[in-house]
Design a binder for this molecule. Structure first.
Ligand code: SF4
Ligand code: SF4
Length: 160
């Protein structure tokens, strides 16, 4: 099955961020140079590298997250108030490293868990460029001990 994607600008990807995928509750992923776009009090760490057996020691935060369920830039008219400078994760959505998100209704309509699919990639240059930027951003850290910050427990968990 071939899946096609054209953004319908429905705004479904701008709310309901706070979810638990088994390793704690997490929000919208932000790179370090994007945190200034959001209210300081709602920006928390997301991933860090650092040592420690059960507790993170001397950690270096590499990405951040928004601790709000709905983006503060999502307007009543279902528009992004900062569209031209929106975070990388918004530019790439519904595509991320190695995955496509079923949270996007355009994808959800076409993809089910049990059916393989091929993505029709024409016209997705800017989304894939954003995925590549994120990959490059994370590349220096990928082989280091990684920790993730759980918004629910307000504490770090070891990833690997
Ligand atoms: S949920 Fe999908 S279709 Fe809707 S605005 Fe986001 S990327 Fe576009
Ligand atoms: S920054 Fe814009 S595109 Fe990203 S979640 Fe907020 S409203 Fe949506």
């Amino acid at each position: 099955m071939t899946v096609t994607f054209t953004c319908q600008r429905c705004g479904e990807c701008c709310h309901s961020f706070l979810k638990n995928h088994g390793n704690g509750v997490h929000g919208l992923n932000l790179q370090a140079d994007e945190t200034h776009l959001f209210p300081k009090e709602h920006v928390k760490p997301l991933y860090a590298v650092g040592k420690g057996r059960h507790r993170l020691r001397r950690g270096e935060t590499i990405t951040y997250q928004l601790d709000m369920d709905t983006c503060p830039h999502y307007t009543d008219g279902k528009r992004c108030a900062i569209y031209n400078k929106r975070p990388n994760v918004c530019q790439s959505f519904p595509f991320a490293l190695e995955v496509v998100s079923g949270n996007c209704p355009v994808i959800k309509r076409q993809v089910t868990d049990d059916k393989p699919f091929i993505l029709e990639t024409g016209g997705l240059k800017s989304e894939f460029e954003a995925v590549e930027r994120h990959r490059k951003y994370l590349a220096p850290y990928m082989d280091l001990p990684l920790w993730i910050y759980d918004l629910d427990k307000q504490d770090w968990r070891k990833c690997k």
